[in-house]
Design a protein around this ligand. Structure first.
Ligand code: HEC
Ligand code: HEC
Length: 295
């Protein structure tokens, strides 16, 4: 319904655009002035932005976006920040690798650095098996407590980290509990007896007659690794069987399974995979988790 003559809306007094639907007319009202100015300002801003900052993505023949007069690049910023962090850490890592492990715990700055580096390396390499809080799982030892298979001194821990346990490394910690049932060393009845002896050793309810029979079997078959009194021997990584801490479990069924088939948990070695500074940081981190023993 356009016409050359202006159409004024009777009720509001405004001019209309001439559009009309079922008697409803569209008023022709200009945008508020403040809005228009802001709109123009954004156009001016965007032109300035395109001149100074990277803005136009990869034109043909160009490696990336236009660099802009400021030559700004987040990628360069990240690379610079990384190399700055590297440069800042370098001397501390060198100092750590050079320091004797025991002395690090007396140097607050180096200790703080080692703990931070150790915590992050633990999250990357160890948490999958030992848990993010090093709390452990069945078969994977808790590293927060003061129960140690192979020893909780700094140098013990470092050796475990360097060469692993049953890891296949030539210097690995190695000790293989026989699979007494599977390999036919003990009969089912003998296993029943020795398991009852272990239940009694750890202060649990046991079949007294069977346990008494198991005592001699224990002395003959188990004491060489676990000790006469069953308190464990670290040179064989053999756990204490008299406490309430179990790597696999202390109930009858689990004990029977352990004695029948043995376990032989594997801890990988890190000697060729992590640099010495990182291994030191990890040893210090694990040592300070709770159960660390003198170095
Ligand atoms: C693939 C699984 C796995 C990974 C990964 C792993 N561990 Fe272990 N770790 C084990 C197992 C299993 C044992 C127990 C072996 C045994 O039964 O003697 C163990 C034992 C240990 C022990 C000896 C505990 C003691 O009581 O003497 C320490 C210390 C240790 N791990 C630290 C670490 C650290 C630090 C890392 C990371 C660099 C790590 N582990 C990565 C599986 C793993
Ligand atoms: C050659 C050394 C050796 C001999 C002999 C040996 N053990 Fe072990 N035992 C170990 C080691 C090492 C472990 C650690 C677990 C592993 O193999 O990963 C272990 C673990 C265990 C565990 C698991 C404890 C836990 O915390 O879950 C039990 C139970 C056990 N032994 C009982 C016995 C009994 C009973 C005998 C004798 C019938 C015996 N062992 C003989 C070395 C030995």
């Amino acid at each position: 319904m356009s016409g050359s003559k202006k159409d004024i809306d009777q009720v509001s007094g405004y001019e209309t655009t001439g559009h009309e639907w079922d008697g409803i007319k569209e008023l022709n009202r200009p945008l508020p002035r403040w809005w228009v100015w802001i709109f123009y300002a954004t156009i001016v801003w965007s032109i300035g932005y395109m001149i100074f900052m990277p803005a136009i993505p990869g034109l043909p023949g160009m490696a990336g976006a236009t660099p802009g007069l400021r030559n700004h690049s987040e990628r360069t910023n990240v690379a610079e920040a990384l190399s700055a962090a590297e440069a800042a850490r370098g001397p501390l890592f060198a100092k750590l690798a050079g320091a004797s492990l025991g002395s690090v715990e007396n140097d607050p700055e180096l200790l703080q650095f080692a703990l931070a580096a150790g915590r992050s390396a633990f999250g990357d390499n160890c948490a999958t098996c030992h848990g993010s809080g090093a709390q452990g799982f069945k078969g994977y030892p808790n590293l927060n407590d003061d129960v140690w298979l192979w020893g909780g001194g700094l140098s013990d821990i470092k050796q475990t980290l360097l060469y692993g346990i049953r890891s296949g490394h030539p210097d690995t910690r190695q000790s293989d509990m026989p699979a007494f049932g599977r390999d036919g060393i003990l009969s089912g009845a003998e296993i029943h007896a020795v398991v009852n002896h272990v239940l009694a050793l750890s202060g649990q309810e046991a079949d007294a007659a069977a346990a008494a029979g198991g005592r001699a079997i224990f002395a003959a078959q188990c004491a060489s690794c676990h000790g006469e009194a069953g308190k464990g021997l670290r040179e064989f990584g053999a756990p204490n069987l008299t406490d309430a801490e179990w790597l696999y479990g202390g109930d009858y069924e689990t004990l029977r399974e352990t004695v029948t088939n043995s376990r032989r948990g594997v801890m990988p070695y890190w000697a060729d995979r992590l640099d010495e500074g990182t291994i030191d940081a990890l040893a210090i981190y694990v040592h300070t988790l709770g159960g660390g023993e003198g170095s």
